[in-house]
Design a binder for this molecule. Structure first.
Ligand SMILES: [Zn+2]
Length: 350
């Protein structure tokens, strides 16, 4: 594992709420004296299931289980700091971390979280945790604001307005939730003035996927919404014409193989089209998505992809170089990272 930790990396797709250390979740869980709906449930398995889930919505329901802990600003400062620390220790040189204000500050509040923090309180705490980690560790971190379509139009509008007000604190905007909602979401987020990535080409239960045209969501995100990056896009599959279409538009796919298996988007690691994408020169990058749910950190993901799909050190470095070019952070924050990637690539090629 040391070899994979040492390799410099760029990671662009990781959800703060889905990357919380299990030990931190358990600390707050016990602090608040909480219990699961199932009193017999093994707590580790409750938050980090040891096997893939049937679909994306089942995965997201596990993701949402820690929402009951969102009670103190200190929780958000701590988890932001710890995620950056974990990534830095795994060799990540530049990280884009995303979170959903509407998920962290639910409105209306659910019975399990009667007094959520405000959007500003959460952002302030997250930004503080990131600042502290950047001072202590060798890592550049950008923050993406995520709008969740399944929470409804008012929520998406509120998130978009919040992102626009705090444009100086976010490097990009993400739209996630249901891929079926992209058409109505787009008018609500288009005026924000931040670069856009969109979760799509992932959900096998979306209307388009059920009708055998999952790629339409990817086309819509790129063509209509102007997304330069796609969150997942794995359902593009081994479609040469679609890969060429994406290449012509210089689109980057933010892939997360373990997560794609966990959400049922692919049947197995071996069935994942990542090697096909690489062979066709498609710009892709390797990410964890939700390591707090899958239990797989980025160095573990690299080791697993090397062992099971034969992805080499040089392949990984080239994906990080593509990721760096696609990163929403300003160029002056990329220079040092690029030098390290180039240096490691020269060494990997001998
Ligand atoms: Zn994601």
């Amino acid at each position: 594992m040391d070899q994979w930790k040492a390799l410099p990396k760029v990671e662009l797709h990781c959800h703060l709420e889905g990357a919380v250390r299990l030990s931190t979740i358990l600390h707050y869980w016990h602090k608040y004296g909480l219990q699961t709906e199932d009193h017999e449930a093994d707590l580790k398995d409750y938050f980090q299931p040891s096997r893939p889930l049937p679909n994306l919505s089942a995965f997201l329901s596990v993701f949402g289980r820690s929402q009951v802990l969102y009670r103190e600003a200190e929780f958000f400062r701590r988890i932001a700091y710890e995620v950056c620390e974990d990534k830095a220790r795994d060799g990540v040189q530049l990280l884009e971390l995303r979170y959903a204000p509407a998920h962290c500050s639910p409105d209306p509040p659910p019975a399990s979280l009667p007094h959520p923090l405000s959007y500003d309180e959460v952002l302030g705490a997250v930004a503080e945790g990131i600042r502290e980690a950047e001072k202590k560790f060798d890592i550049e971190v950008g923050l993406i604001c995520l709008a969740v379509s399944t929470l409804g139009a008012d929520s998406v509008k509120k998130t978009a307005e919040f992102a626009a007000i705090h444009r100086d604190m976010f490097c990009g905007l993400d739209v996630a939730g249901s891929e079926d909602d992209l058409e109505w979401c787009w008018p609500l987020v288009k005026g924000v003035g931040l670069p856009l990535t969109v979760h799509c080409g992932q959900d096998i239960c979306s209307r388009a996927a059920m009708e055998g045209r999952a790629k339409d969501n990817v086309r819509f995100a790129v063509e209509q919404m102007g997304a330069t990056r796609i969150g997942h896009g794995v359902l593009v599959g081994r479609d040469e014409a679609m890969v060429e279409w994406l290449n012509e538009r210089d689109v980057l796919l933010e892939l997360s193989v373990t997560s794609n298996v966990f959400t049922g988007a692919v049947k197995s690691v071996e069935a994942h089209p990542l090697p096909f994408f690489l062979s066709k020169g498609l710009r892709v990058c390797v990410n964890t998505d939700d390591p707090g749910v899958t239990g797989s950190g980025i160095a573990e993901e690299y080791a697993m992809l090397n062992a099971r799909l034969g992805i080499s050190e040089a392949d990984f470095l080239l994906t990080s170089i593509d990721a760096l070019r696609g990163s929403f952070l300003p160029d002056d924050r990329k220079v040092r990272v690029r030098e390290r990637l180039d240096c490691a690539l020269a060494a990997a090629r001998g």
